[in-house]
Design a protein around this ligand. Structure first.
Ligand code: HEC
Length: 146
């Protein structure tokens, strides 16, 4: 019995780690903004795979991924406007103390992603653009995400 309980607990812990913070979030507003961040990350993964050579360079696909990132960034302020919380959220309350700055950081990401989606033709541009996008994600996460 004790052994069963131990195995069971270990299994449950593994599952919890595997499923990440996202699961267990009950507040639909928080789920919506997390889903949007996931979609943003999917776009970054496409660009990253090309830069790392895991996927062959394709300017059309890269421009589409950059456009997707820009579209998600454009939605970010609306998705975060209301101060919604959830025990599993990583959003820091300072977001709503300086929402103008949070919005500006969303706009920064939107601007660099949009520029890339409009002009990308070479792998060098992709590499530089991905660097700028990554810096824009980081600039916001550093201040506003746990
Ligand atoms: C303007 C601020 C801002 C920008 C820009 C931003 N994020 Fe986020 N991101 C957040 C916040 C705040 C959270 C935490 C949300 C929560 O847990 O409620 C988050 C969470 C996430 C998550 C976790 C989602 C989940 O399911 O828990 C991922 C992945 C993510 N961001 C990726 C990115 C990527 C990739 C970029 C850049 C392309 C980016 N973010 C740009 C603010 C931002």
């Amino acid at each position: 019995m004790t052994r069963f309980a131990t195995v069971f607990t270990a299994g449950a812990l593994c599952l919890a780690t595997f499923a990440a913070a996202h699961t267990g979030v009950k507040n639909p507003a928080v789920v919506a903004r997390m889903d949007a961040m996931k979609a943003t990350q999917d776009g970054v993964k496409v660009l990253g795979a090309m830069v790392k050579g895991e996927r062959s360079f394709d300017a059309t696909a890269a421009r589409a991924a950059a456009a997707e990132i820009a579209a998600e960034a454009a939605r970010t302020p609306d998705l975060f406007k209301a101060q919604e919380t959830d025990p599993n959220s990583e959003a820091l309350p300072v977001i709503w103390e300086d929402f103008a700055d949070f919005t500006a950081k969303s706009k920064d990401l939107e601007r660099v992603a949009l520029a890339l989606s409009a002009s990308l033709e070479t792998e060098d541009q992709l590499r530089a653009g991905l660097g700028q996008i990554g810096a824009a994600c980081k600039a916001c996460h550093e201040v506003y995400r746990e």
